[in-house]
Design a protein around this ligand. Sequence first.
Ligand code: G1P
Ligand code: ZN
Length: 544
Amino acid sequence: MSVQTIRIDPWQDQEPGTSGLRKSTRDFMRPGYLEAFLQAVFDEAAPADGDALVVGGDGRFFCREAAETVVRMALANGFSRVIVGQDALISTPAASALIRRRGAKGGVILSASHNPGGPDGDFGVKYNTETGGPAPTTFTAGVFARSKALEGYRILEATAPDLSVIGETRMGDGIVEVIDPITDYADLMETVFDFDAIRSLISQPGFRMAFDAMNAVTGPYATEILERRLGAPAGTVMRGRPLPDFGGGHPDPHPDHTPELTARMFGTDPLDFAAASDGDGDRNMILGPVTIVSPGDSLAILAAHADVVPRYRDGLKGLARSLPTSRAADRVAEALGIEMHQTPTGWKFFTNLLDAGRITLCGEESFGTGSDHVREKDGLWAVLFWLNVLAATGKGVGEVVAGHWSRFGRDYYQRHDYEGLEVEPAQAFMQGLRDMADGAAGRTVAGYAVQSAEDFAYTDPVDGTTVTKQGVTVHLSPDARITWRLSGTGSSGATLRVYLERFEDPAGDLHQTPGQALEAVAEVARVLSDIEARLGRTAPSVIT
Ligand code: G1P
Ligand code: ZN
């Protein structure tokens, strides 16, 4: 079996974004495109003899073909073993766990997360390092630089083994090992949570729940854990079969994309608990009867209740959240007397803090929550954490949330997305915000005084690396905050995200809608950014 070197002209557009390289599926299917990016990744990773690579994806269109290419190229580039999930499926958190448990050099995750899939949808490739976490910015910058100067890629001249059959196959000088991707992950969850307590909650007469897997990767995981191991009735997992086009749906856990689940929770006879995850299984949405738990609140609530979970019983080391995530978790960290970190958007910035033992839990406003059990956010982990809290407290979701607000106050929160912008005007708009930030302190708009404004830069407290231009934030008085940044996960054009939040102390009105509570803050954002004149937009495309 020989190694072929295929000459190519380098691509110039393979810069990884917030979470790996994302492009349209058609872009990825162009001859040599996926291969070129993988070559740049493997050159940067520089595997040595004996190194293993984990490979899997969320089952979207082109995943299996891409996994076969990864297998052939990994073995041609010096990996000795490639560990592949059966049918090329592995959820992102399970891949992270597997890299750690098997001591692999790294992993290639084939997913565009919550972006729609199919030939007209998106595809993505992400590399995780030996910690199990997304590659840091130094690594991704190296990959981009290499990709622009690449002359060719190396690939084994052979067909990859059948990825639907569990077992080991010799290939070239290495081994391809197809594994069951579910069991290890389910076993890990049993070590983290109090499964007995959750089992007795689920078996209580009258307790009803549902999990919407959105025809994405979590279906088989949720069926194993919730139905088989925890005894939830068959049918608890909805849309449990992974499909290449996610059944035509948008695999983003948002009430608009889970119509049946949302209708059940906001109808006349809601279930006690409902949840959903995204394409690759790292996001989570938690619903109670007529309640959507805001992700920023969820992180804070889980942190405040962590002592009911066996893994966290001895206390938390610290917490972290991304810049635009609400400050609800900061209040819990203060009460617990533990470290609190504010990082740029993207899970990769949590990895060093987790590795260094500085934090135990972390999260983002974009429906991402996780802990030091892996180095990715973890959708089903969050679902189990909530079930563990409900089981231990005997309370419903709404009661837990309201109880949290009456103790810590409430951080009203909304994200306004402006989609479909042209790249250049969007970048010019961000530059305009930086200029605005320089002179903003002291201005008063709609009853709010600007106290300070900053263009967020972050220096990693563990390795000292610095990243700049991570979002523009203004701090207001009374206590509120606005952040603007451009999305780094789209496959074309630009999306502006505007994050609004306002603190209401426990004695205030804790039960307004976020829209009402943030009306004036939204007005401040409009005026300070001058969005209508600069981008021609009068209203956001999506409000979350
Ligand atoms: C989005 C989210 C971010 C998350 C990322 C990957 O990135 O905002 O929090 O880490 O997806 O799931 P963005 O498109 O904003 O760059
Ligand atoms: Zn995801």
